[in-house]
Design a protein around this ligand. Structure first.
Ligand SMILES: [Cu+2]
Length: 164
C-alpha cells in the first residue's frame, strides 16, 4: 500500500513541476524576417528539446558567444554557417540544434553588422536583465567575428508554406 501511494504522489509532484510541458519539443525560431532579427529572441528550452532555426530572409548565421564577448564565437560553441534565402525559394533552410544543457546560451548572427544592429538572442536566460545586457554589449561591439566549422546542429530544409 505504501509503495502504491508513494508512486501516486511522485507522479502528481512530477506533473505539477511542469504542468503543460511535453517532452522533446521542437521550438521554431525565425532568423531574418522583415528586419535582421531572431523571433522570438528568448527561448525557454529543456534538455532534449530541439530549437529549429528557420532562415526565411537574407543571409544569416546562428553562432554562440559567451555573455561577455558578444559578436565573437565561443570556443566549442555552436555555429550554423551562413544560410541564405533567395526570393522565389520554395523551401527554407533550417538548423536544428538539440538543447544539451539548461544553462543560458548567448547567440548572435555573424553576418556583417547584424550583431551590432541587435540580431542576438538567448536560450534560457537567468532573467530579463541578462538579455538586455547582452543586447547592449552587442551594440557596443566594434565588429563581428564569423564562426568556422558548422557545430552543434544539423542543417536541413523545410517547405516554405510549413515554416513558422
Ligand atoms: Cu543576420
Amino acid at each position: 500500500m505504501y509503495v502504491i501511494f508513494h508512486l501516486f504522489a511522485w507522479t502528481i509532484l512530477t506533473e505539477q513541476a511542469n504542468p503543460l510541458r511535453r517532452a522533446n519539443q521542437i521550438i521554431p525560431v525565425i532568423v531574418g524576417g522583415p528586419q535582421d532579427t531572431f523571433i522570438p529572441n528568448t527561448v525557454t528550452a529543456a534538455v532534449g528539446d530541439i530549437i529549429q532555426f528557420q532562415f526565411s530572409n537574407g543571409n544569416h548565421t546562428v553562432t554562440q558567444s559567451t555573455a561577455d564577448t558578444a559578436c565573437t564565437p565561443m570556443e566549442g560553441g555552436i555555429h550554423s554557417g551562413h544560410i541564405p534565402f533567395q526570393d522565389g525559394q520554395t523551401d527554407v533552410g533550417t538548423f536544428n540544434m538539440p538543447v544539451t544543457s539548461a544553462d543560458p546560451m548567448f547567440l548572435y548572427c555573424a553576418t556583417g553588422p547584424h550583431c551590432q544592429e541587435g540580431q542576438v538572442m538567448m536560450v534560457n536566460p537567468a532573467n530579463a536583465q541578462q538579455l538586455a545586457d547582452y543586447v547592449k554589449l552587442s551594440q557596443q561591439s566594434q565588429s563581428s567575428t564569423d564562426g568556422t566549422d558548422v557545430v552543434g546542429g544539423t542543417a536541413g530544409k523545410l517547405a516554405l508554406d510549413t515554416a513558422a
